[in-house]
Design a protein around this ligand. Structure first.
Ligand code: TLP
Length: 342
């Protein structure tokens, strides 16, 4: 039987309609800027977010890292929360690719405040690194897909402007934040100098991310995309999947959010796990293990019954809902949990 794969929204496979869009994509050499499908995707994404320009990149990690490299110089410092994808899951790339240190800040459900950031900005002195960039994450992965409140983003934006520091958003799942909060993509984008967003997560494309910013920023980012090995050729084949995803798969994210709430609701009475309902805001459920079993033991037990999840920080496991898992399968997953655990 096909497993119910809740490890991530990255596991989705392109649908038949998406594959046929890929088959028919017009292509050209994108290193020469001649791929019409890539150009169309970049124009559409820039317009959707109200920014001057956009650049197609292979992955979310490359999107973040190209932005960090473009905003900073070697020896600078960036600020990020201690559970951010940029700090935790990107192989210390800011240090190796951009030569910057990261000043980390503890977060509450993915949120760092303007006040915390203010305290983390280095004073001016020749022997201190220069704080050049603040990175936020929306939705916040390690907190279970929580939404960064717009009011705090505005305060951080004001602080960044005052201190002449750039503001970057890891918006891998900005689509989920926008659909759930009702705050438009342009409204979010107003407050950031750059955003990196993924097409290959909840939107269901097989590959691809896009970064946005002003034209001057994207012109410089193009250099680093090439330097980091992200200059691709007839990549319209893949950009077409991204275009299809943007046209068809944004509004349906609301269903994935309902599935996550359904799952959290179904598991909340099990004594073996603790779920903070406040954190179930988009398409993830984090369940903290309350019994004498390791994450790996719990995951292995679920796997024997065809349910796949991933380990999370501390003693938790994570389930992510997406377009390849149905409401029916969520009910089945709840039943499996109930048969294995008290
Ligand atoms: N996240 C993956 C894992 O790496 C944890 C997942 O399954 O959630 N920013 C955020 C907030 C992300 O969650 C991810 C991927 C990325 C960036 C990186 O995207 P890719 O995998 O395309 O490089």
């Amino acid at each position: 039987m096909k497993p119910i794969d809740l490890r991530s929204d990255t596991v989705t496979k392109p649908s038949a309609a998406m594959r046929s869009a890929m088959m028919e994509a017009e292509v050209g050499d994108d290193v020469y800027g001649e791929d019409p499908t890539v150009n169309k995707l970049q124009e559409i994404v820039a317009r959707m977010f109200g920014k001057e320009a956009a650049l197609f990149v292979p992955t979310g990690v490359m999107g973040n890292q190209v932005c960090i490299r473009t905003h900073t110089n070697h020896g600078d410092e960036i600020i990020a929360d201690e559970d951010s994808h940029i700090f935790v899951y990107e192989n210390a790339a800011p240090a190796t690719l951009s030569g910057v240190s990261i000043k980390t800040i503890p977060n509450r459900m993915g949120v760092i405040t303007a006040e915390q950031i203010q305290a983390a900005i280095r004073p001016n002195a020749y022997y201190l690194p220069k704080t050049k960039l603040i990175c936020l994450e929306n939705t916040h992965g390690l907190s279970g897909g929580t939404i960064f409140p717009l009011e705090e983003i505005k305060k951080i934006n004001r602080l960044a402007r005052e201190r002449n520091i750039k503001l970057h958003l890891d918006g891998a799942r900005i689509w989920n934040a926008s659909v759930e909060s009702g705050i438009s993509l342009t409204e979010y984008a107003k407050y950031f100098d750059s955003i990196s967003m993924c097409l290959s997560k909840g939107l269901g494309a097989p590959i691809g991310s896009v970064i946005i910013g002003d034209k001057e920023f994207i012109d410089r980012a193009l250099v680093y995309r090439k330097m980091f090995g992200g200059g691709m050729r007839q990549v319209g084949i893949i950009a077409s999947a991204g275009l299809y995803a943007i046209e068809n798969n944004i509004n349906r994210l609301a269903d994935d959010h309902k599935k996550a709430k359904l799952l959290a609701d179904g598991l909340k009475n099990l004594k073996s796990f603790k779920i903070n309902p406040e954190s179930v805001q988009t398409n993830m459920v984090i369940a903290d293990i309350q019994i004498n079993k390791t994450q790996q033991e719990v995951l292995a037990l679920l796997k024997t019954k065809g349910i796949l999840l991933t380990p999370e920080r501390n003693s938790s496991i994570r389930a992510v809902t997406h377009l390849d898992v149905s409401f029916e399968e969520i009910y089945q997953a709840i039943t499996v949990f109930e048969t294995i655990f008290d």
